[in-house]
Design a protein around this ligand. Sequence first.
Ligand SMILES: C[S@@+](CC[C@H](N)C(=O)[O-])C[C@H]1O[C@@H](n2cnc3c(N)ncnc32)[C@H](O)[C@@H]1O
Length: 333
Amino acid sequence: MKCLCVIVPREEGEKVRKKLSEEGRLRNDARIVSDEISVFIPVNSTEGLSHPTKEMDFETVDVPKEYKDLLNLPPGLMELLPSSFDIVGDIFVLKLIDEMVPYAEDIANALLETNRNAKVVALDRGVKGEFRTRDLVLLAGEDRTVTVQKEYGLRFEMDLAKVYFSPRLATERRRIADLMVQGERVMDMFCGVGPFSIMLAKTGKPSAVYAIDKNPEAINYMIKNIKLNKINGVSPMLGDARDIAPKLARPDRIIMNLPHTAIDFLDVALKIINPRGTIHLYIILEAEAIDIIRRSVAHLAVSLKRGISFKNIHEVHTYSPTQSLYCFDLLIG
Ligand SMILES: C[S@@+](CC[C@H](N)C(=O)[O-])C[C@H]1O[C@@H](n2cnc3c(N)ncnc32)[C@H](O)[C@@H]1O
């Protein structure tokens, strides 16, 4: 096909291609060509470009279709289609507003058709109950909710309908691993299938990791995942963190990832943590409530005669239009 292109010296090719792509001028339906001296980059407009331009023949490239291209929803709904999804292993997890639910199967089939990596598409009707499991409805693809998620070279097997897992915490887990000092004793109070514990054990060189969860399914997968990743030094424990934590050797670092109720367990963590230890407390909040939480945490620490300072409070990810998941890093002593 014939189209306009920019002629750029080879050494500048990648830089100019990136810039054109950022400006929305790069044509992705034509293949870039080059000779010994120049790169010929197909563009949709040449206006204002400083490099020489011309029209020439290019090989056509198939543009990958977006799932939205396969759908024909009533007016007003197309714009409301989600543009991102949680992807856990090969399962696409779909959250839809009520008006979109009647079209859930069409959306799921379109996703399956346009994403080679998707093998299952499920509707997420919310994370529920004490074990924080997703209420999933299978919409398209294979009839299963078991999958394996890959994260920083680690693998986590799970049944997404029976245990909690969020791929959106990968960077956060890495952040904590990077903060660790060799030989620390870690307690993961609400460990799920083990993504924090296993990541910290793999890269943080702890002396021990105590991983507690009340959900038997989570602990079973945790044991599997320890083997799958050939990890040493992690002890999975089934039960209530409130009962188990005080019976263990004092930790230097505690992970408290139970965002709606972790604060109810903070008294336990403050009582058992070693001096100069760190607590990572995860809470879902509106930004305006940060100060209230900060004050109530400080008040609790004073009542338990533990000195604390807030090393860092940061937004991990958004949770709803008004709330986000925050991590409070508390330093003891
Ligand atoms: C939000 S999930 C976090 C799981 C894991 N940390 C992760 O990042 O995937 C919270 C976990 O806490 C567990 N849980 C809830 N209440 C508990 C309690 N009282 N003691 C121990 N675990 C509990 C749930 O079963 C669930 O697996």
